[in-house]
Design a protein around this ligand. Structure first.
Ligand SMILES: *Cc1c(COP(=O)(O)O)cnc(C)c1O
Length: 377
């Protein structure tokens, strides 16, 4: 059994994907070829934004966004403590200071209350300039922008949405990648919309930011002359091959995969609801299910469940085994567990189950059967 079955997806889309790859080889336009522009236009239209800039990966999508705002040393950037490292690393690598914020244990997303407390603390301390918030749409569920956006406005902060796991999520009719002043996503193969290597994209409605991002992803070049460098940029383009692979995958995502993965979540929910803490999707929210993550009673119970499933040939994952405040790279910050009770609880109790649009109800039945068996032992 696969945790995320990319083989089943390829089988369903093989003719379109193979033809797309061959067309790129025939065109010889391997860098910023036509499929890249076509993909950018389609993604922008889907999420409801004016501009999409494709780039090399989700990590650099976040970094490029902060660079486009001239964020750097002396600036504070607030993000979730319970996420993939890049959500904070994107600030550190350009010299800014990430301020880590505890989560809400029911959604695993940044706690708006804890966020405001941290913003006030940084202002009172007076050492760093608060500049931006990076809410993370963890496991496919949009962060609580209904509360985060008013806080950002109150304190004059920019919002950079980390939708690396959130592509396809919604709050009412608004689609993920449209909640931030800038939004970033990833096309890492296992993400809700993945390519066959690394890839990413950045979204904005601001024409000047769009132009700056296009320059920054190509070394900082002038829009008119490739050998006229206006500033120091990166080399962070999306390969034409990856764009060609993403085009049919995006169509499948919109046509049926997003709906299919929500059906799988329902199958799990119905069967696990009375025995485990199942994922909470708040009223009006819709998840793209990058992960289906349950909470067990304790670290011991979680580890025993993972071991039991492994023995039955069922893969499961712990996202994430530690909070960012516990990472060696951030040891210099001298942070303790105390301000992060919900992150710490999550690291001990979470377990992510196999999840993808090609899972069938009988396979879900089988997985749950093994889980229930151990719970009764
Ligand atoms: C995957 C991920 C990233 C980074 O994306 P890459 O394409 O792997 O660089 C950033 N933030 C979050 C929350 C992620 O899950």
């Amino acid at each position: 059994m696969q945790f995320r079955d990319l083989g089943a997806q390829y089988k369903a889309l093989k003719p379109e994907i193979d033809a797309g790859i061959q067309a790129v080889i025939d065109s010889n336009a391997f860098i910023l070829g036509k499929p890249v522009t076509e993909l950018e236009n389609k993604l922008a239209a889907y999420v409801g934004r004016k501009y999409c800039v494709a780039c090399a990966n989700g990590t650099e999508a976040l970094q490029l966004a902060l660079m486009a705002w001239d964020i750097g040393p002396g600036d504070a950037v607030f993000t979730s403590d319970f996420t993939y490292f890049a959500s904070a690393g994107c600030a550190s690598i350009i010299g800014a200071t990430p301020i880590l914020v505890d989560i809400d244990l029911t959604t695993f997303n940044i706690s708006p209350e804890a966020l405001e407390t941290e913003i006030k603390r940084v202002i009172t301390e007076g050492k760093l300039k608060p500049k931006a918030i990076i809410p993370v749409d963890l496991f496919g569920l949009p962060a609580d922008y209904t509360k985060i956006l008013p806080i950002a406005k109150k304190y004059g902060l920019k919002v950079l949405e980390d939708a690396a796991q959130g592509f396809g999520g919604r709050i009412n009719d608004q689609i993920a990648c449209s909640f931030g002043d800038i939004s970033a996503t990833s096309f890492f193969p296992a993400k809700p919309l993945g390519c066959y290597g690394d890839g990413g994209a950045i979204f904005t409605d601001d024409e000047a930011i769009d132009a700056r991002l296009r320059s920054l992803r190509a070394g900082g070049k002038s829009p008119l002359d490739k050998y006229d460098n206006r500033e120091i940029g990166m080399n962070s383009r999306l390969d034409t091959l990856q764009a060609a692979i993403l085009l049919p995958k995006f169509k499948a995502f919109v046509d049926y995969e997003l709906e299919a993965v929500n059906k799988v979540a329902k199958w799990y929910d119905e069967r696990l609801n009375d025995r485990f803490v199942i994922p909470t999707i708040p009223e009006g929210f819709y998840s793209s299910w990058a992960q289906y993550t349950i909470l067990l009673g304790s670290r011991e119970e979680r580890d025993a469940m993972q071991q039991h499933l492994k023995e039955k040939g069922i893969p499961s994952m712990v996202y994430y085994p530690r909070g960012l405040h516990q990472q060696a790279a951030y040891k210099w910050m001298g942070l303790t567990d105390k301000p992060y009770p919900n992150t710490v609880a999550a690291t001990k109790r979470v377990l992510s189950l196999p999840m993808h649009p090609y899972l069938t109800e009988d396979v879900v039945e089988k997985i749950v059967g093994h889980m229930v068996a151990i719970a009764h032992d």
